[in-house]
Design a protein around this ligand. Structure first.
Ligand code: ATP
Ligand code: MG
Length: 435
C-alpha cells in the first residue's frame, strides 16, 4: 500500500476510528492497474480528522471532506456519509454523517466503485464488485433506475467506465440507462464535456462512441447542439481508426470530421460544450482545412455533393494542398495528415462528400502530402525573407491592411515555387504587384 495512505489509515485507526481506502483506488488495486488519486473514508468527523494530522485543508467540508497534506502527497479523507434526497438530478440536498462503512459504500455508483480496503489490505466488498469485475460486468449498486434518477451524470460515467475498463454494462443497468437518458438535460454541460473528454482520450474511444449512440444520451444534452451524431453510424467502418490516433485533438478532429458539418458550426458547438479555446482552435483548423481542400477540388456548379472530386489530379492537389497548408497553418496540415492516415484505405460503404473525399483525395494525400509539405520553402509570414516594414519602405507607402494582403500573396507564391524566398526577388514582386 502507498506509504502516505498507510500512514493516514494508521493515524486514524490508532485514534480509535475506522478508516479505509475506498472507490477508484481500491478498484484499480484489485485490477492491478496504476492508481491515480487515493480516497479514504472514515468514521471520524471532519474536525476529528483535522485533529489527527498537523497539516490539513478543509477542501470539501460541506460534504465531509478534509484533505490531509503529507510529504508523500495529499489524501482526501471523507467521513462516512449517506446522501439524503438528491436535488436537480445531480447533487444530494444534504449529507448525513453515519458510522457504518457499508452504508457509505451503498451510495456509490457502481459495484466496482463500492469496495473498500483496510490497512491490512483486506478488501471489503458488500455489493459484489470483485465478482462483477471477474465477469467483466459494470453494474449499479442497488436499483439502477433509482441510481440514475438520483444523479444523471452516472449515466455518462457508466459509458466512460464501460469503455475505458472494457466492461459489458449489466442488462438492468443498461435498461435503466436507456429509460433515464432524458434526465441528462439536468447536467451542467461542463460536466458532460469532461466525461466525454475522458471517454475519447481513453483506450477505447470507438466503443465509447458506439455506446453513446446506442444510449441516445447525446440527444438529451442541456443545450441542443447542431451536430448530427448519428453520422458516426455512417462511418462505422472507420470509427476504430480513432483509437489508433494519439492525442485528444486528433481524435476529436476525426470524430467531428465524420459528422460532415461545416467547421464554423462545429466551432460554435465546441464552444457550447465548453471545450478549451486551444482544443477548439486546433480541431476547427483541421476541419476547416479539409473543407477548404474539398471545396477547391470540387468542380462545376449544382449540388457540391454530386460534383466530381475524382478530377483531383496529383498536380492540382499538390497546389491546393500547399496553399491550404500556408493558409490554415502547418500545424493544421500535419494534424489533418495524421487523421487521414488513420483512416482505413479500403473503399467505404459510406456515401456523400466525405466518403468521396476518402476514396479519391485521401490516398493521394497519404502518399504525397508529406513530400509536398517538405517542398514548401517557407510556411509562414515569419519565415518570409521580407517584413511589412521592408515593404512599406520599398514602396514608400503608409502601413495598412493592404500590407498583410500583399505579404500573404507573396508567401503563397513562394510556397507554390513561383518566387524565390529572397529579399530582392520579393521586393521586386511587391513593387510589381502594387503598380
Ligand atoms: P476515476 O478517478 O478514474 O474517474 P473514480 O472511481 O475514482 O474513478 P471519482 O470521481 O474520483 O471516480 O470518485 C471516487 C469515488 O466516489 C468513486 O469510485 C465512487 O465510489 C464515488 N463516486 C464518484 N462519483 C459518483 C457519483 N456521481 N455517484 C455515486 N458515486 C460516485
Ligand atoms: Mg478517482
Amino acid at each position: 500500500m502507498d506509504h502516505g495512505a498507510a500512514y493516514v489509515l494508521n493515524a486514524l485507526t490508532s485514534a480509535g476510528y475506522e478508516a479505509y481506502l475506498v472507490g477508484g483506488c481500491v478498484r484499480d488495486a484489485v485490477l492491478e492497474r496504476p492508481i491515480k488519486d487515493i480516497d479514504i473514508a472514515t468514521s471520524a468527523l471532519p474536525e476529528q480528522v483535522m485533529a489527527c494530522f498537523p497539516r490539513t485543508a478543509p477542501t470539501g467540508l460541506q460534504h465531509g471532506t478534509v484533505t490531509v497534506i503529507l510529504e508523500q502527497g495529499t489524501y482526501e479523507v471523507t467521513t462516512f456519509r449517506k446522501e439524503a434526497q438528491y436535488e436537480g438530478f445531480r447533487r444530494p440536498a444534504s449529507v448525513e454523517y453515519i458510522s457504518d462503512l457499508t452504508e457509505d459504500l451503498r451510495r456509490r455508483d457502481f459495484t466496482m466503485n463500492a469496495m473498500a480496503m483496510d490497512i491490512a489490505g483486506t478488501v471489503i466488498d458488500p455489493f459484489g464488485g470483485q465478482k462483477d469485475l471477474d465477469l467483466g460486468m459494470l453494474r449499479c449498486v442497488g436499483a439502477a433506475e433509482e441510481r440514475f434518477g438520483e444523479d444523471a451524470l452516472r449515466m455518462l460515467r457508466c459509458i466512460r467506465f464501460a469503455s475505458t475498463y472494457n466492461l459489458e454494462v449489466e442488462a438492468k443497468t443498461w435498461q435503466a440507462l436507456l429509460e433515464q437518458a432524458p434526465l441528462l438535460r439536468h447536467i451542467a454541460i461542463e460536466r458532460v464535456r469532461s466525461e466525454l473528454e475522458r471517454m475519447i482520450e481513453g483506450p477505447a474511444p470507438a466503443r465509447a462512441v458506439r455506446l453513446l449512440l446506442a444510449s441516445r444520451l447525446m440527444a438529451h444534452l442541456k443545450k441542443q447542439l447542431p451536430l448530427p451524431f448519428e453520422m458516426w453510424l455512417a462511418h462505422d467502418d472507420a470509427l476504430d481508426a480513432v483509437s489508433a490516433l494519439s492525442g485528444q485533438q486528433t481524435r476529436w478532429a476525426l470524430l467531428l470530421m465524420f459528422l460532415e458539418t461545416p467547421a464554423d458550426t462545429v466551432r460554435t458547438a465546441l464552444q457550447e460544450l465548453t471545450f478549451s479555446r486551444a482544443d477548439t482552435d486546433a480541431v476547427v483548423a483541421v476541419l476547416s482545412l479539409r473543407e477548404w481542400l474539398a471545396a477547391q477540388l470540387t468542380v462545376g456548379g449544382g449540388d457540391p455533393r454530386d460534383a466530381a472530386l475524382e478530377t483531383a489530379d496529383p498536380a492540382t492537389l499538390a497546389r491546393v494542398w500547399k496553399l491550404g497548408a500556408v493558409r490554415r497553418g502547418e500545424a493544421a496540415a500535419r494534424m489533418l495528415l495524421q487523421v487521414l492516415r488513420a483512416l482505413p484505405q479500403q473503399h467505404t460503404e459510406a456515401r456523400g462528400e466525405l466518403a468521396r473525399f476518402r476514396q479519391t483525395v485521401v490516398p493521394l494525400l497519404v502518399r504525397h502530402a508529406e513530400t509536398w509539405l517538405s517542398e514548401i520553402p517557407c510556411l509562414s509570414l515569419k519565415e518570409l525573407a521580407i517584413t511589412g516594414a521592408d515593404v512599406t519602405e520599398a514602396l514608400d507607402e503608409k502601413p495598412g491592411p493592404w500590407m498583410g494582403v500583399l505579404l500573404q500573396q507573396l508567401l503563397e507564391r513562394v510556397a507554390l515555387g513561383e518566387l524565390r524566398n529572397d529579399r530582392q526577388t520579393l521586393l521586386h514582386a511587391a513593387r510589381d504587384a502594387s503598380k
